[in-house]
Write a protein that binds this ligand. Structure first.
Ligand SMILES: Cc1cc2nc3c(=O)[nH]c(=O)nc-3n(C[C@H](O)[C@H](O)[C@H](O)COP(=O)(O)O)c2cc1C
Length: 178
Protein backbone atom coordinates (compact mmCIF):
# COMPACT_ATOMS: atom_id res chain seq x y z
CA UNK A 1 0.00 0.00 0.00
CA UNK A 2 1.49 3.38 -0.92
CA UNK A 3 1.43 6.23 1.59
CA UNK A 4 -1.75 7.88 0.25
CA UNK A 5 -3.62 4.57 0.35
CA UNK A 6 -2.34 4.01 3.88
CA UNK A 7 -3.84 7.32 4.97
CA UNK A 8 -7.19 6.39 3.41
CA UNK A 9 -7.24 2.88 4.87
CA UNK A 10 -6.21 3.87 8.39
CA UNK A 11 -9.44 4.44 10.26
CA UNK A 12 -10.62 4.28 13.85
CA UNK A 13 -11.50 0.63 14.26
CA UNK A 14 -14.21 -0.12 16.79
CA UNK A 15 -14.60 -3.87 16.32
CA UNK A 16 -11.84 -6.46 16.69
CA UNK A 17 -11.39 -10.17 16.14
CA UNK A 18 -10.70 -11.30 19.71
CA UNK A 19 -9.12 -14.57 18.58
CA UNK A 20 -6.13 -12.90 16.94
CA UNK A 21 -2.88 -11.83 18.58
CA UNK A 22 -0.13 -9.54 17.33
CA UNK A 23 3.35 -11.05 17.16
CA UNK A 24 6.05 -9.49 19.31
CA UNK A 25 7.97 -8.67 16.14
CA UNK A 26 5.03 -6.68 14.72
CA UNK A 27 4.43 -4.92 18.04
CA UNK A 28 8.09 -3.91 18.11
CA UNK A 29 7.87 -2.54 14.56
CA UNK A 30 4.93 -0.37 15.58
CA UNK A 31 6.63 0.85 18.77
CA UNK A 32 9.86 1.55 16.89
CA UNK A 33 7.91 3.75 14.46
CA UNK A 34 6.67 5.73 17.47
CA UNK A 35 10.17 5.96 18.90
CA UNK A 36 11.51 7.30 15.58
CA UNK A 37 8.99 10.13 15.55
CA UNK A 38 10.28 13.70 15.76
CA UNK A 39 9.91 15.66 19.00
CA UNK A 40 10.73 19.17 20.17
CA UNK A 41 14.46 19.39 20.90
CA UNK A 42 14.48 15.63 20.32
CA UNK A 43 13.37 15.22 23.92
CA UNK A 44 11.29 12.11 23.19
CA UNK A 45 9.08 12.96 26.15
CA UNK A 46 7.22 9.68 26.25
CA UNK A 47 7.18 6.20 27.58
CA UNK A 48 5.15 3.45 25.95
CA UNK A 49 3.56 0.92 28.29
CA UNK A 50 2.41 -2.11 26.31
CA UNK A 51 0.03 -4.85 27.38
CA UNK A 52 -0.96 -7.58 25.00
CA UNK A 53 -4.06 -9.61 25.70
CA UNK A 54 -2.03 -12.31 27.50
CA UNK A 55 -0.73 -9.79 30.02
CA UNK A 56 -2.29 -9.70 33.50
CA UNK A 57 -2.48 -5.92 33.09
CA UNK A 58 -4.44 -5.98 29.83
CA UNK A 59 -7.98 -5.86 31.27
CA UNK A 60 -6.97 -3.34 33.93
CA UNK A 61 -5.67 -0.96 31.25
CA UNK A 62 -8.68 -1.57 29.01
CA UNK A 63 -11.21 -0.97 31.78
CA UNK A 64 -9.52 2.36 32.59
CA UNK A 65 -10.68 3.45 29.11
CA UNK A 66 -14.24 2.20 29.40
CA UNK A 67 -17.28 3.75 30.98
CA UNK A 68 -20.98 3.61 30.15
CA UNK A 69 -20.35 1.57 27.00
CA UNK A 70 -17.63 3.86 25.67
CA UNK A 71 -14.67 2.08 24.08
CA UNK A 72 -16.26 -1.34 24.68
CA UNK A 73 -14.42 -2.71 21.61
CA UNK A 74 -11.11 -2.47 23.46
CA UNK A 75 -11.93 -5.70 25.30
CA UNK A 76 -11.51 -7.55 21.98
CA UNK A 77 -8.35 -5.87 20.68
CA UNK A 78 -5.00 -7.67 20.72
CA UNK A 79 -2.83 -5.13 22.53
CA UNK A 80 -2.94 -1.69 24.06
CA UNK A 81 -0.20 0.94 24.23
CA UNK A 82 -0.45 3.60 26.91
CA UNK A 83 1.62 6.66 26.08
CA UNK A 84 2.71 8.46 29.24
CA UNK A 85 4.25 11.92 29.20
CA UNK A 86 7.74 12.13 30.64
CA UNK A 87 8.03 14.51 33.58
CA UNK A 88 9.61 17.86 32.71
CA UNK A 89 13.14 18.43 34.04
CA UNK A 90 14.04 21.73 35.69
CA UNK A 91 15.74 22.86 32.46
CA UNK A 92 12.67 21.89 30.47
CA UNK A 93 10.42 23.78 32.88
CA UNK A 94 12.52 26.93 32.37
CA UNK A 95 12.34 26.48 28.58
CA UNK A 96 8.63 25.92 28.78
CA UNK A 97 8.18 29.24 30.57
CA UNK A 98 9.39 30.84 27.36
CA UNK A 99 7.59 28.57 24.96
CA UNK A 100 4.82 26.02 24.90
CA UNK A 101 4.65 22.59 26.48
CA UNK A 102 5.29 20.65 23.31
CA UNK A 103 4.69 17.22 24.83
CA UNK A 104 1.09 16.86 23.57
CA UNK A 105 2.28 17.52 20.00
CA UNK A 106 5.21 15.13 20.38
CA UNK A 107 2.94 12.40 21.67
CA UNK A 108 0.41 12.99 18.91
CA UNK A 109 3.15 12.64 16.29
CA UNK A 110 4.49 9.44 17.85
CA UNK A 111 1.00 7.96 17.82
CA UNK A 112 0.45 8.99 14.20
CA UNK A 113 3.66 7.13 13.32
CA UNK A 114 2.46 4.07 15.23
CA UNK A 115 -1.01 3.83 13.72
CA UNK A 116 0.28 4.30 10.17
CA UNK A 117 3.06 1.76 10.67
CA UNK A 118 0.46 -0.62 12.12
CA UNK A 119 -1.83 -0.24 9.11
CA UNK A 120 1.09 -0.78 6.75
CA UNK A 121 1.45 -4.30 8.19
CA UNK A 122 -2.30 -4.98 8.27
CA UNK A 123 -2.98 -4.04 11.88
CA UNK A 124 -5.93 -1.82 12.78
CA UNK A 125 -6.07 0.69 15.58
CA UNK A 126 -8.08 3.08 17.69
CA UNK A 127 -6.63 6.15 19.39
CA UNK A 128 -8.30 6.58 22.77
CA UNK A 129 -8.40 9.84 24.68
CA UNK A 130 -11.19 8.94 27.09
CA UNK A 131 -9.15 7.67 30.01
CA UNK A 132 -9.83 7.46 33.71
CA UNK A 133 -6.39 8.66 34.78
CA UNK A 134 -6.75 7.51 38.38
CA UNK A 135 -7.51 3.96 37.27
CA UNK A 136 -4.79 4.09 34.63
CA UNK A 137 -2.11 5.24 37.06
CA UNK A 138 -3.11 2.36 39.31
CA UNK A 139 -2.95 -0.14 36.45
CA UNK A 140 0.58 1.03 35.58
CA UNK A 141 1.73 1.39 39.22
CA UNK A 142 2.46 5.07 38.64
CA UNK A 143 2.32 7.91 41.16
CA UNK A 144 -0.16 10.77 41.34
CA UNK A 145 2.02 13.06 39.26
CA UNK A 146 2.21 10.74 36.25
CA UNK A 147 0.65 12.38 33.21
CA UNK A 148 -1.20 9.92 31.06
CA UNK A 149 -1.26 10.91 27.38
CA UNK A 150 -3.30 8.68 25.10
CA UNK A 151 -3.96 4.99 24.57
CA UNK A 152 -3.65 3.16 21.25
CA UNK A 153 -5.63 -0.05 20.81
CA UNK A 154 -4.20 -2.44 18.21
CA UNK A 155 -5.73 -5.50 16.62
CA UNK A 156 -7.43 -6.96 13.59
CA UNK A 157 -10.84 -5.80 12.38
CA UNK A 158 -13.25 -8.61 11.41
CA UNK A 159 -13.08 -9.52 7.70
CA UNK A 160 -16.40 -7.77 6.97
CA UNK A 161 -15.45 -4.47 8.66
CA UNK A 162 -16.14 -1.72 6.12
CA UNK A 163 -13.81 1.07 5.07
CA UNK A 164 -15.72 4.29 5.79
CA UNK A 165 -15.61 7.50 3.81
CA UNK A 166 -13.47 10.08 5.51
CA UNK A 167 -15.78 12.66 7.02
CA UNK A 168 -13.64 15.78 6.69
CA UNK A 169 -14.15 19.40 5.75
CA UNK A 170 -13.20 20.10 2.13
CA UNK A 171 -9.65 21.35 1.70
CA UNK A 172 -10.75 24.87 0.75
CA UNK A 173 -12.33 25.26 4.21
CA UNK A 174 -9.19 24.01 5.90
CA UNK A 175 -6.43 25.61 3.85
CA UNK A 176 -5.75 29.19 2.96
CA UNK A 177 -2.82 29.92 0.65
CA UNK A 178 -1.38 33.24 1.77
C1 LIG B 1 -6.68 12.46 20.59
C2 LIG B 1 -7.77 11.52 20.12
C3 LIG B 1 -8.62 10.92 21.05
C4 LIG B 1 -9.61 10.03 20.61
N1 LIG B 1 -10.38 9.37 21.56
C5 LIG B 1 -11.27 8.44 21.15
C6 LIG B 1 -11.98 7.64 22.11
O1 LIG B 1 -11.78 7.74 23.32
N2 LIG B 1 -12.87 6.74 21.62
C7 LIG B 1 -13.11 6.58 20.27
O2 LIG B 1 -13.94 5.73 19.90
N3 LIG B 1 -12.44 7.31 19.36
C8 LIG B 1 -11.52 8.21 19.75
N4 LIG B 1 -10.79 8.92 18.81
C9 LIG B 1 -11.00 8.67 17.38
C10 LIG B 1 -11.67 9.85 16.65
O3 LIG B 1 -13.03 9.90 16.99
C11 LIG B 1 -11.45 9.64 15.14
O4 LIG B 1 -10.07 9.72 14.85
C12 LIG B 1 -12.17 10.69 14.28
O5 LIG B 1 -13.57 10.59 14.44
C13 LIG B 1 -11.87 10.50 12.78
O6 LIG B 1 -12.20 9.19 12.36
P1 LIG B 1 -11.11 8.20 11.73
O7 LIG B 1 -10.04 8.00 12.77
O8 LIG B 1 -11.85 6.91 11.44
O9 LIG B 1 -10.56 8.82 10.49
C14 LIG B 1 -9.79 9.79 19.22
C15 LIG B 1 -8.92 10.39 18.30
C16 LIG B 1 -7.91 11.23 18.73
C17 LIG B 1 -6.95 11.81 17.70
Amino acid sequence: MDFEQLIIHRQSTRSYDNKRSISREDLDRILQAGALSPSARNRQPWKFYVADKCSDKFMQVVSACQSGGANACLSDCSAVVVVVKQELSVVDRMAEMLADDFRPYDIGLAIAHMVLQAKSIGIDSLIVGWINVVKMRKALNLGKKAEIGLVVALGYAPADYQLRDKNRRPLDQTVEYI
